[in-house]
Design a protein around this ligand. Sequence first.
Ligand code: NAI
Length: 332
Amino acid sequence: MYKITLLPGDGIGPDITAATKRILAATGVPIEWDEQIAGECAIPEFGTPLPEQVLQSIRKNKIALKGPLTTPIGGGFRSINVALRKQLDLFANLRPARTYPGIRSRYEDIDLVIVRENTEDLYAGVEHMVGEDAAESIKIITRKGSERICRFAFEYAAKNNRRKVTAVHKANIMKCTDGLFLSVATEVARDYPNIEFEDRIVDNMCMQLVQKPENYDVLVAPNLYGDIISDLCAGLVGGLGVAPGANVGTDYAVFEPVHGSAPKYAGQDIANPTALVLSSVLMLRYLGEDAAADQVENALATVIAEGKTVTYDLGGSAKGMEMAEAVIAKMA
Ligand code: NAI
């Protein structure tokens, strides 16, 4: 029996979580959910968006499946997602982007994996006002942080029969910070002679991904570039509704969709559960439950390809739970 922390989250989170739980139950993989409340929805009861028992639960179970959490823009509390990643030292954010037949996208046959550093860079949020009319943010890149994320990317590539790793940076301008990241990536690459290694400046990378995505395979990037590039790649394969993610550290792993809480669709069960379902597929693979992972992914791909019982963003009119039921019917 796997004991897994479940954070349904805010907005559309509870809807897509219910659909995903239903599909996972149908796999027969024995899971006991330890459901916890985090996000905006936790504030009335706990007075904080990140109650201590959420961290305790993940530390105990070592694994969590998580819906999106609302973060106010500008003022208000700081991102709980960033806090979770920092507190649990979930240093690697793995975001696969692949096309599924039936989803309207600009390309076919895209199969990219973005490995984003999750704890450093401008995302560390070390910033302050300088007087009233200027603000300063500190970009932190360390050898340790760069080395472990680059090694993670190469290990992932080696285990998953990937041919190439591309390091993304702006070392021509940020010679110290991005320069350090690039030089560490180049050093780590020497330990993996069977995997091709190259680097791209981030602006050129964006253009290349739009024009020739087939030239790329695994991308490794510091936090901010990784964040932006992974949304770009989600756009290449049909949007946020189908983009899964995993936050992985040495001791813990938290699986979550790339998208946010889409508050305008909350409580209507019209959001697409695919991104969370695919995040749970990543979780099943992490647990070594590859047969169940294949079963869910193949059934989901069939439902999407048929296009009959899919949500609004995929051109259909099904509710999220109806889509989940259709997936379960294909799993038999
Ligand atoms: P969002 O991803 O929530 O929504 C943007 C648009 O994408 C939505 O209006 C909707 O049209 C579409 N969309 C997203 N997920 C969908 C799904 N499953 N099915 C169908 N359509 C979907 O991004 P937004 O509006 O920028 O952020 C809303 C809130 O979510 C913010 O508070 C933000 O901080 C938070 N957020 C949380 C994340 C997390 O918990 N990991 C990640 C990104 C944003």
